[in-house]
Write a protein that binds this ligand. Structure first.
Ligand code: AP5
Ligand code: MG
Length: 193
C-alpha cells in the first residue's frame, strides 16, 4: 500500500491537488473536511456539533475525526493506498493514524507538505468564499483563525513525521499544473517498483 499525507495550511491546495493525484495514482481520497461537511449537509447530530466549531475556524475534537478515519479505513479494504487530506491535524491524530495503519500491517509512506505564503492563503480563501458556500471562507477573521489554529496545533504534525524522515516540502505557489508536477516527482521517486 502507498499511503500519502498531503499536508499544508488552509487554502494551500490540498483539495485541488488531491483530485488530480487520486486520478493518477488510484488512491482513495480521505478528507476529514469533506467528511465533516457531508455530515453537516445530512443534518446529523455530529454535523451540527462540528459546524459550530468549524464556523469559528477551530478544530473539531480528535476523537470525532479519528473515529471517521477509522471507519473509512475499514470500509475500504481493497484500496491500493490512501491519500489523507486535512488529516492528521494534531499530534494525537498522527499517533492514532499510525496505530490504525499498523493494525492493517501498513504505514505512512510519505508526507508531502505544500508551502504557501500567508497572504496568498488569505487571498485564495476569500476568493473561494465568493462562490463556495463554505461559511468558514466568507470572513477574513475566521480564515485568520484557521491559520492560527494551523500554527498552534497542526504544524507540529510535520515534526512528528520528520522524526521518521518522512516529510518532503513542495512548492505550493505557481500554476496548479506546476505544483502537480512537483508532487508527482516526489511520489514517483518513492513508489514501490
Ligand atoms: P478542511 O476542509 O480540511 O479545510 P482547510 O484545511 O482549512 O483547507 P481548505 O480545504 O480550505 O484548503 P485546501 O488546502 O484544501 O485548498 P484548496 O485546494 O481547497 O477543514 C475545514 C474545517 O474542518 C477545519 O477548520 C476544522 O474545523 C475541521 N476539520 C477538518 N479536518 C479536521 C481534523 N483532522 N481535525 C480537526 N478538525 C478538522 O484550494 C483553496 C482555494 O485556492 C480554491 O479556491 C482553489 O481553487 C484555489 N487554488 C488551489 N491551488 C491554487 C493555485 N495553485 N493557485 C491559485 N489558486 C489555487
Ligand atoms: Mg480542502
Amino acid at each position: 500500500m502507498f499511503n500519502l499525507i498531503l499536508f499544508g495550511p488552509p487554502g494551500s491546495g490540498k483539495g485541488t491537488q488531491s483530485e488530480k493525484l487520486i486520478e493518477r495514482y488510484g488512491l482513495k481520497h480521505l478528507s476529514t473536511g469533506d467528511l465533516l461537511r457531508s455530515e453537516i449537509a445530512r443534518h446529523t447530530a455530529l454535523g451540527q456539533e462540528a459546524k459550530n466549531v468549524m464556523d469559528k475556524g477551530q478544530l473539531v475534537p480528535d476523537e470525532v475525526v479519528i473515529g471517521m478515519i477509522s471507519s473509512a479505513l475499514d470500509q475500504n479494504p481493497q484500496a491500493m493506498g490512501f491519500l489523507f487530506d486535512g488529516f492528521p491535524r494534531t499530534s494525537a491524530q498522527a499517533e492514532a493514524l499510525d496505530k490504525l495503519l499498523d493494525l492493517k500491517k501498513s504505514s505512512i509512506s510519505v508526507m508531502l507538505a505544500l508551502e504557501v505564503s500567508e497572504e496568498e492563503l488569505v487571498k485564495r480563501l476569500l476568493k473561494r468564499g465568493e462562490t463556495s458556500g463554505r461559511s468558514d471562507d466568507t470572513n477574513e477573521q475566521v480564515i485568520r483563525a484557521r491559520i492560527i489554529e494551523y500554527h498552534n496545533k497542526t504544524a507540529a504534525v510535520a515534526d512528528y513525521y520528520r522524526q521518521f524522515d518522512k516529510v518532503k516540502m513542495v512548492k505550493g505557489e505557481g500554476s496548479v499544473n506546476e505544483i502537480f508536477q512537483g508532487l508527482c516527482q516526489e511520489i514517483d521517486s518513492r513508489l514501490p517498483r
